[in-house]
Ligand binder design. Structure first.
Ligand SMILES: Nc1ncnc2c1ncn2[C@@H]1O[C@H](COP(=O)(O)OP(=O)(O)OP(=O)(O)O)[C@@H](O)[C@H]1O
Ligand SMILES: [Mg+2]
Length: 240
């Protein structure tokens, strides 16, 4: 991102939800984006992932300038090169776990019941420890298991970047740790890039780097963040 500003109108007044943000994230890095409520984290993620267009500045993924793409080309890029994990999981209850995981392949024009699609879905379900639940409805899974299905779905297209917004917000600490382990493995074993928004200092300690936002600006970067140091910075920023 270079000099990215995202301006909203609030009650007729312009407000910079992101204010001149520049950040380069190398391939294969796990970055935690932190900051108190309203600091601009979700806006940052949406601009970085091509879900929203900045008011000014440039966003590149690899060599592609997202601002130069038509809506259709941006949709294709999101589908082919980006994985998403959100707090509200958007799993489809009427489909099986495996069918949910194959959805991004279907959007890519692949038949979801083709042997290749089924094999890929089973491989990622295996990697999140849920191959034995492939034929279940997501409704029959626990919150943590559903979050792992959402991660499997994000991984199935082998995307360059996985964007996650509060992926463990609704989980207990031990189940959340399973999710962080999976994201960490996606970085260490397969070279994915992970950008994760979180309020949680323990979550940030799984990342290679923590970026702190306040009022839409990056105020601190921390390499190899330790939980205690993150807690301290958050306190200095007035809590999260
Ligand atoms: N669509 C919108 N229209 C107007 N203002 C918006 C819009 N989306 C976000 N904002 C404003 O931009 C600022 C940043 O919002 P954002 O959702 O990025 O914060 P956040 O850090 O993700 O907060 P939280 O931790 O509560 O999710 C806030 O002041 C918010 O009110
Ligand atoms: Mg948010």
């Amino acid at each position: 991102m270079r000099s990215v500003t995202r301006r909203y109108l609030r009650g007729g007044q312009p407000v910079n939800a992101l204010d001149d943000v520049s950040l380069e994230i190398p391939q294969g890095r796990f970055v935690a984006v932190m900051g108190r409520s309203g600091s601009g984290k979700t806006t940052f993620l949406q601009c970085a992932a091509g879900l929203d267009r900045p008011t000014s500045g440039t966003v590149r993924i690899g060599n592609t300038d997202l601002g130069s793409l038509s809506e259709a080309a941006l949709t294709r890029l999101r589908r082919d090169r980006i994985g998403f994990v959100f707090q509200s999981l958007n799993l489809v209850p009427s489909l099986t776990v495996r069918e949910n995981v194959t959805l991004p392949l279907l959007l890519g024009g692949e038949r979801p019941d083709s042997p290749q699609a089924v094999e890929r879905a089973m491989r990622v379900l295996e990697s999140v420890g849920l191959a034995d639940r492939a034929d279940d409805s997501p409704l029959h899974l626990s919150g943590g298991q559903q979050q792992r299905v959402a991660i499997a779905r994000a991984l199935v297209t082998d995307p360059a970047v996985i964007f996650a917004d509060e992926p463990t917000g609704a989980l207990d600490p031990s189940t959340a740790n399973d999710v962080f382990t999976l994201l960490r493995r996606a970085v260490d074993d397969t070279g994915h890039t992970v950008v994760m928004v979180t309020h949680d200092p323990v979550a940030a300690s799984w990342a290679d780097e923590a970026v702190f936002l306040a009022k839409g600006r990056i105020v601190t970067n921390m390499v190899r963040p330790q939980t205690a140091d993150v807690v301290q910075v958050m306190a200095e920023l007035g809590g999260c």
